[in-house]
Design a protein around this ligand. Structure first.
Ligand SMILES: Nc1ncnc2c1ncn2[C@@H]1O[C@H](COP(=O)(O)OP(=O)(O)OP(=O)(O)O)[C@@H](O)[C@H]1O
Length: 455
């Protein structure tokens, strides 16, 4: 398909000559003699680019540009200016014009500028597409009340410039929350820079955070920007902030408070336009009491506290997350997503997930690869996850010397396991085993110590 260009000029001879040149170069060309007509043509012909004269009677080029940008913010517009009207052209670029061309028009420059604008538009579209994909990929998924409330907090906190402190166990999704905050902030186009505070080598920390000038220390053979500077215009994510040493905490506090810093070996004060988001899996209040964390820094970071609960406290999210991860694996591998049998799901439900969502995601990736069929059954789930199924059903079974007692112990463990696979539903477990639910209930009840039995 040929790119379509709309030329807007009240001067017929300019339209004619541009139309001739651009048609010869393979463009589809439309024209309009004034701003009103241009807006209509954009609506009916959907051009890929507009060449717009600044000086026109009635609605002039700048006004037309503003109207175009209101409705079609991504449509590139190149202004055509008379000789000596550079100031208006600069105004136009401030109002969203891609570039300007000065009369008399040079054919080469017209073609180059149009191609630049089209390339830019293509890149922008690609960028928007990738951003959308990335937002989908980075959504904090789950229908539990806890996740719904977390998403509401994210939406409230994101547009503000205030610091956010995210707490939660490993693998609960703290980095994901930080990325989502950045996506929905007022600076989504800016960089998202991560500092893993637990992983920076102590001897290098200043330079890592604030950069260094050439010659600052023997290894500094060239100037280097630190993470603070790299995050300018975007978000700086301080992961595992609880592991930052006290001296670095003091420097960090100074930089956050003054919004300025200096490179190592550099005298110049650099302004940092950075939004701070921090995360910790440690209880910082406890760390303050122990003298490991600066109280002032805590208050600086904790302007908006956000807690991500562990997966064991929101097990109702497991089916949704499982499905999302299996679909993502299938999409990456370009094959179809596997489903999970309900016995396998019961196992996932019984497990406590110490590694939280990361552990669930890793398990799904493994099962997607290792399970040959379309369905993941309970016996496909690796053993550590068979909680309640008890690979060691009755510890000490062989130490029992009485056959009747050993049989009873085994029976109890066996029944408990089947009940847990049915998510606690005795009726369903009994039905599967083809026995009377009353019998199952009695057996389990007999095995449960009564209050008066507990001395
Ligand atoms: N609610 C969720 N929906 C979808 N994916 C999630 C969710 N929560 C976490 N994940 C995924 O789980 C993995 C671990 O999450 P993340 O790295 O954000 O955890 P974390 O709390 O920052 O971990 P750590 O404390 O170890 O740094 C990531 O791949 C993330 O995309």
């Amino acid at each position: 398909m040929f790119p379509a260009v709309l030329i807007v000029d009240d001067n017929k001879s300019i339209i004619d000559s541009l139309e001739g040149i651009l048609s010869d170069d393979g463009f589809e060309v439309f024209h309009a003699y004034n701003g009103y007509e241009a807006l209509k043509k954009i609506h009916t012909e959907s051009p890929d680019i507009v060449l717009l004269d600044i000086w026109m009677p009635g609605m002039d080029g700048i006004e037309t540009l503003k109207e175009i940008k209101k409705e079609y913010p991504h449509l590139p517009v190149i202004m055509i200016t008379g000789h000596g009207s550079i100031e208006s052209a600069v105004d136009a670029t401030k109002s969203g014009a891609f570039d300007f061309l000065e009369k008399p028009l040079s054919i080469d420059r017209v073609i180059v500028t149009i191609n630049n604008a089209l390339n830019f538009r293509r890149l922008e579209e690609e960028n928007r597409y990738l951003r959308k994909k990335s937002i989908e990929k980075h959504s904090v998924n789950g229908f539990s009340a806890a996740i719904q409330s977390l998403n509401r907090q994210i939406m409230h906190a994101a547009p503000s410039e205030a610091s956010v402190l995210i707490t939660g166990e490993n693998g609960t999704g703290k980095e994901l929350v930080a990325r989502t905050l950045h996506h929905f902030s007022g600076r989504p186009e800016g960089p998202f820079i991560i500092i893993n505070c637990a992983a920076i080598p102590e001897n290098n920390i200043n330079s890592e955070l604030f950069g260094h000038d050439k010659g600052a220390f023997p290894e500094a053979v060239a100037k280097n920007k630190g993470k603070f500077e790299l995050a300018s215009g975007g978000t700086l994510f301080l992961d595992e902030i609880g592991d930052m040493n006290l001296a670095t905490q003091a420097m960090m506090l100074r930089a956050i408070e003054s919004k300025t810093f200096q490179r190592v070996g550099g005298g110049r004060t650099i302004h940092a336009d950075v939004r701070i988001i921090a995360a910790s899996n440690k209880n910082l209040a406890t760390e303050i009491k122990k003298g490991n964390f600066r109280e002032e820094l805590f208050y600086r970071l904790n302007v908006i506290p956000v807690h991500v609960p562990p997966l064991r406290e929101r097990k109702e999210d497991i089916p949704t997350l499982t499905q999302i991860f299996l679909s993502a694996c299938a999409k990456d591998a370009r094959n179809s997503a596997k489903s999970i049998h309900k016995d396998a799901m019961a196992l996932l439900h019984n497990y406590d997930w110490p590694g939280n969502v990361r552990e669930l995601k890793n398990l799904m990736e493994r099962l997607h690869i290792m399970v040959p069929g379309d369905t993941i059954f309970a016996n496909d789930i690796p053993h550590p996850y068979h909680v309640g199924e008890n690979t060691q059903p009755c510890p000490g079974l062989f130490a029992i010397e009485n056959l009747k007692e050993a049989t009873q112990q085994f029976e109890i463990a066996f029944l408990k396991n089947k009940i847990s696979l049915e998510s606690g539903d005795i009726q369903a477990a009994a039905e599967k085993l083809g026995i009377d639910p009353g019998y199952v209930e009695d057996t389990i009840e007999k095995s449960t110590p009564k209050k008066q039995d507990i001395k």
